[in-house]
Write a protein that binds this ligand. Structure first.
Ligand SMILES: N[C@@H](CCC(=O)N[C@@H](CS)C(=O)NCC(=O)O)C(=O)O
Length: 224
């Protein structure tokens, strides 16, 4: 049996969590390797060989011969490499399905992620790190996120999931940031939009995501 693939980074990181939930959906055993960000291990030369920008996650196959960074690129790779196992339609099964998933995956990365990442940091991590919150930045990004969610609400009025009838990488990619936001007052932006609320209830209750949330609470080194 092949050795588990390796994911470097802590499970509380949204980008690490994106890769973890993909691997669980695809039934790919993985080992989570700690990177102590408080000690800036992600900026050290050895780690920079895996992720040249000094961010988590980095991904390696079981024998360490392949290294990939960028959580969405890792997720796409995992879906293609393990196409015949786990959730087989996660990244589509034909060019049109893939294009539709990619379109909403890009929307997540380019439209949803910028304001939501700022809000996650300001509302969740800054208080834990005893960093003063920037109320202007919070307001501006709430307004940006509201506009993105208006588009999503319209889309989700037409289809059950973002890319169509099935749960895909496009929905999955939203889980880490949306999870943190739904634990704050900004969750109201999701709850006040009927279709977004229905979608969020559905995607956030997937078993794969529940496992990630569990691991964020009590990080375990390996899953299989
Ligand atoms: N686009 C990258 C973003 C990675 C990223 O922003 N990681 C954060 C944690 S969620 C990080 O490493 N932050 C520390 C830093 O940038 O120094 C990806 O999706 O992998």
């Amino acid at each position: 049996m092949a050795a588990p693939v390796k994911v470097y980074g802590p499970p509380f990181s949204t980008a690490v969590a994106r890769v973890m939930v993909t691997l669980i959906e695809k039934d790919v055993p993985f080992q989570l390797l700690p990177v102590n960000m408080a000690k800036a291990e992600h900026k050290k030369p050895d780690y920079l060989k895996l992720q040249p920008f000094g961010q988590v996650p980095a991904f390696q196959d079981g024998d360490g011969s392949i290294t990939i960074f960028e959580s969405r690129a890792i997720s796409r790779y995992v879906c293609d490499k393990y196409a015949n196992q786990g959730n087989k339609g996660l990244f589509g099964t034909n060019p049109l399905e893939k294009a539709s998933i990619d379109q909403w995956l890009e929307a997540e990365g380019q439209n949803f992620s910028p304001p939501s990442s700022i809000l996650v940091f300001q509302l969740t991590f800054a208080p834990r790190m005893k960093i003063k919150q920037d109320q202007n930045l919070i307001k501006q990004n709430e307004a940006k996120l509201a506009r993105v969610l208006d588009v999503y609400d319209k889309r989700l009025n037409e289809s059950r999931y973002l890319a169509g009838d099935d749960f895909t990488l496009a929905d999955l990619s939203h889980l880490p940031n949306a999870h943190y936001l739904n634990g704050t007052d900004v969750g109201e932006l999701f709850r006040s939009r009927k279709n977004v609320e229905r979608w969020w209830a559905e995607v956030s209750s997937r078993e794969s995501w529940k496992k990630v949330v569990e691991m964020q609470r009590s990080p375990a080194p390996t899953t299989s």
